[in-house]
Design a protein around this ligand. Structure first.
Ligand code: NCD
Ligand code: ZN
Length: 429
């Protein structure tokens, strides 16, 4: 396929207009736009749209195999494409869990059948995510696993985590840690603090996350091993990671849009779509997360896309499943609450949502330049729109952001030179 994107802005090149010429799966050339016509090409008139490198989600749940009633690889990758993502790394808490090469191969093969985006499976750290016995890292990596995580559950036993970090180091693999001491979270279901008290909901202290961030940072430091911390949500976690980085520990981390675009006041009406793990936090945490994004302590923004069926959510708050369906709102929430709010530049957002996740996983750089893979999101940052979960392509409609006015609608997504999502506005161009 040959595509010519005509007259777009480029995320890090100011207001000048460019044409992006795509042949096969690569960007052939980016050149100043002078209104040229490209016969033989599919032309996209992109006036006003901004080209970003295809986004990369380092943490999502596609639910397949096993929980296809919540999401599947087809619906999840479609939702990703609509969100501007051309690459996603999916977590291992499927059924069966991704602890064997055959599950890893199955996920890659299924994703390839659809081609909406690239899917990089993350395998379990421990067999069955039971926290007892390490999975076969070598086999799993050979089958295509890009990292190891028991996400959804912590690795409780510090000796197992230590061995996992050592074992990963010898395989050149990355451990992603879901940091939570279950004995401290103790069946709580919202952030411990004023709002949980008012609502009469049992709280989860920030320390439940922070003690495990500290533990894993200490373990990684002592072994000189790499470590990536998933969904950082508290002020204390940001501070521990900031200090660790200063001390030369090889630690990276991610946060998610709901930890800077929302706070725990959303639980006051007992809306289970605001229930997520780690929980939405207080204002001080939100500010600290934004500060961590600004000063580089936080490396990446992940969606932690955790789609659930309405039946998993339409129950008492404390019995509801944890998670937010995030692939279709991540970019607009991040743009609105970080860039439009004046905290960071658009180029930094692209780094957080595309370049950094690829770098953390050791994959080919995501850049908009000649010769690079044609993974592109065309985005309208000018006009606002209202989030409407009933229109999600994901099976999971569970979001606390429904009805919120945001900026940054994805008009078109191109994955390896193929148009995989195009909104009505862009089709009419
Ligand atoms: C995730 C899920 O539903 O799989 N839920 C969530 O609230 N984040 C698990 C996880 O990422 O911990
Ligand atoms: Zn998790």
């Amino acid at each position: 396929m040959r595509i010519a994107i005509k007259g777009c802005k480029i995320f890090d090149r100011g207001d000048s207009k460019f044409d992006i010429i795509i042949e096969e799966d690569r960007i052939k050339q980016i050149l100043p736009s002078v209104g040229a016509n490209y016969s033989g090409f599919t032309e996209i008139e992109a006036g006003g749209l901004v080209a970003l490198p295809g986004l990369f989600d380092i943490h999502c749940h596609l639910r397949e195999p096993g929980y296809e009633y919540k999401e599947g690889i087809e619906s999840g990758t479609k939702a990703a494409a609509r969100g501007g993502f051309t690459s996603v790394a999916c977590m291992s808490n499927t059924m069966p869990p991704a602890d064997t090469a055959s599950v890893i191969r199955y996920i890659i093969e299924r994703a390839g059948q659809y081609g909406y985006c690239k899917v990089y499976p993350i395998a379990c750290i421990t067999k069955g995510q039971k926290g007892e016995e390490l999975a076969e890292f070598g086999d799993l990596k050979e089958a295509g696993a890009v990292a190891f995580s028991d996400d959804g559950l912590p690795v409780e036993n510090p000796l197992i985590m230590r061995n996992a970090l050592l074992y990963a180091k010898s395989h050149g693999a990355l451990i992603i840690s879901h940091c939570e001491d279950k004995r401290l979270s103790d069946d709580g279901c919202a952030n411990e603090g004023y709002n949980a008290t008012i609502a009469g909901i049992k709280g989860i202290p920030a320390a439940a996350e922070e003690v495990m961030v500290a533990r894993d940072v200490i373990l990684a430091a002592s072994l000189n091993a790499r470590l990536h911390i998933a969904h950082v949500s508290t002020k204390g976690s940001v501070e521990i990671i900031r200090q660790a980085k200063k001390n030369g520990v090889k630690v990276t981390c991610e946060t998610c849009p709901h930890y800077f675009a929302a706070d725990d006041s959303l639980i006051l009406d007992y809306n289970a779509n605001a229930k997520v793990n780690p929980p939405l936090r207080g204002r001080e945490d939100v500010e600290a997360v934004i500060e961590g994004i600004k000063d580089g302590t936080i490396d990446a923004i992940a969606t932690d896309h955790a789609p659930h069926h309405v039946d998993d959510k339409n129950v008492e708050f404390c019995n509801a499943a944890n998670g937010i369906s995030g692939l279709e709102t991540a970019l607009s929430l991040s743009y609105t609450h970080l860039v439009k709010a004046g905290h960071i530049a658009l180029s930094r957002l692209a780094q957080l949502m595309s370049a950094a996740p690829a770098r953390i996983l050791g994959l080919e750089p995501r850049e908009l330049s000649d010769g690079r893979r044609a993974d592109i999101a065309l985005v309208d940052f000018e006009s606002s729109f209202v989030i409407d979960s009933s229109q999600f392509l994901s099976k999971g409609k569970n979001t606390p952001f429904n009805g919120q006015k945001v900026y940054g609608a994805v008009a078109c997504t191109i994955n390896e030179g193929r148009i995989v999502y195009q909104d009505i506005m862009c089709q009419g161009r």
